[in-house]
Design a protein around this ligand. Structure first.
Ligand SMILES: NC(=O)c1ccc[n+]([C@@H]2O[C@H](COP(=O)([O-])OP(=O)(O)OC[C@H]3O[C@@H](n4cnc5c(N)ncnc54)[C@H](O)[C@@H]3O)[C@@H](O)[C@H]2O)c1
Length: 270
């Protein structure tokens, strides 16, 4: 059976856990070879072991230019080329509100969160551009329902995910016609995502904060909590040369239908 990514080589950041890990598992099933970049050595070892020969790991920090360059070099050395860069490593702010955040913590949280969610993507893209230009490849960045909706994240996370839409659009403009650039904007999922140290949230997890199944069932029209793997088909399609050849500058929303929540007129009838 042929896969949609047969013969392609991808680099996925934040690939040790949650959505990134699900993307790697799916990409390999679709025929790709994958380099994973994650700062957690045990997670990198676990993905490599699960996909012996198809996945090469780099333990590193996406906010460090040299680590991104090492990951791109690993793709070239191990698999001969690089066709797909997936920027995905990110952190959440667990809805921290500006009025509750002391000003010094706010500044440090901004640097930490934008450093990962925005600068981390930019440095990865910058490192990958020469190889992607050689292969006429593509970029897919993980955005979020917070790229278009207020009130899930706090102001820092929401601004960072809106910025990801800006990255997709401007990079799609600058890198055409050689490299396509798109995004995927997932909704709720249960993962190990953490928050900024500056807000005391580095050990916080979504499951400890809120009942995600209950929330997704009440808030989204589709009424269920997706698993990370439920989002991965969009990455496959956008990365596919044959199935998204004319698509660049697009962010696919896959948030259970938040855009069409609507409202119940009966509520206004008293
Ligand atoms: N969890 C959600 O509900 C949700 C919803 C929408 C979008 N997202 C986005 O999905 C993406 C992935 O998040 P997730 O929920 O799978 O989180 P996760 O914490 O489960 O996975 C993120 C991975 O990134 C790694 N990482 C963190 N900082 C790093 C760094 N500086 N350098 C290298 N690796 C680093 C972690 O070790 C971890 O393995 C993020 O961009 C997040 O904003 C998540």
């Amino acid at each position: 059976m042929t896969g949609w990514l047969d013969g392609e080589v991808a680099l996925v950041t934040g690939a040790g856990s949650g959505l990134g890990r699900a993307i790697v598992d799916r990409f390999v099933r679709e025929g790709a070879k994958v380099v994973v970049l994650d700062r957690a050595a045990d997670r990198v070892a676990s993905v490599e072991a699960a996909h012996h020969g198809s996945v090469k790991g780099v333990v590193g920090d996406v906010t460090v230019s040299a680590d991104n360059e090492t990951a791109v070099a690993r793709a070239n050395e191990s698999f001969g080329h690089l066709d797909i860069f997936v920027g995905n490593a990110g952190m959440f702010d667990f809805g921290a509100r500006i009025v509750d955040t002391p000003i010094d913590d706010l500044g440090r949280a901004f640097d930490e969160l934008f450093g990962l969610n925005v600068k981390g993507y930019l440095l990865g893209v910058k490192a990958a551009i020469p190889a992607l230009a050689d292969s006429s490849g593509s970029i897919v960045l993980t955005a979020s329902m917070s790229s278009t909706h207020a009130g899930v994240g706090g102001v820092v996370y929401t601004a960072s995910k809106h910025a990801v839409v800006g990255l997709v659009r401007q990079l799609a403009y600058e890198l055409a016609p050689r490299i396509r650039v798109n995004g995927v904007a997932p909704g709720f999922m249960s993962t190990d995502i953490r928050g900024p140290k500056a807000l005391g949230l580095s050990e916080q997890t979504p499951a400890a904060t809120v009942d995600l199944e209950q929330l997704a069932s009440v808030v989204t029209p589709l009424g269920f909590l997706p698993r990370p793997e439920d989002y991965t088909g969009h990455y496959v399609q956008l990365a596919s040369r044959t199935n998204a050849a004319a698509t660049t500058g697009v962010v696919i929303a896959c948030d259970g239908g938040l855009e069409v929540r609507g409202f119940d007129l009966a509520l206004g009838r008293g």
